[in-house]
Design a protein around this ligand. Sequence first.
Ligand code: SF4
Ligand code: SF4
Length: 140
Amino acid sequence: MELEYDDPFAKDFCGSCSKCIDACPTDAILPNKVVDGSRCISYFTIELKEMLLPSEMHNKFDNWMFGCDTCQDVCPWNRFSKPTTEAAFNPIPEVLNLSTKEWESMTEETFKKIFRHSPMKRSKFKGIQRNLSFLQQQQS
Ligand code: SF4
Ligand code: SF4
């Protein structure tokens, strides 16, 4: 199916802005505005499988357990974005409402049940547990 899509960036609309570079918790955005995926929290918390998170990243994750939106949050262009009307993108209530304690005590069975249609499945239960314990180490 041919979908509507944006063209690749033809121009640099950043000007002298460096908000995303300055705000990135792990310095993953290089001065030439290329993201070094191997330093990005989204990569670590979602794509890095079956491995421990690197110790040099301790205290750099802010409170991100699954992905990271910091560079999107600070980008001035995003103030022009509009909330989606696509119902499939709405967060499921558990994502918004689960407490840290509930996350910590969650069983794999419950995780699979709640997140069976969610992108969180990509990290898998083990990945989420690893990410949680990494954040706890940060706080200790
Ligand atoms: S998603 Fe987070 S860690 Fe990754 S480049 Fe953006 S601010 Fe940095
Ligand atoms: S925050 Fe947005 S406008 Fe500023 S440098 Fe980053 S991508 Fe460009």
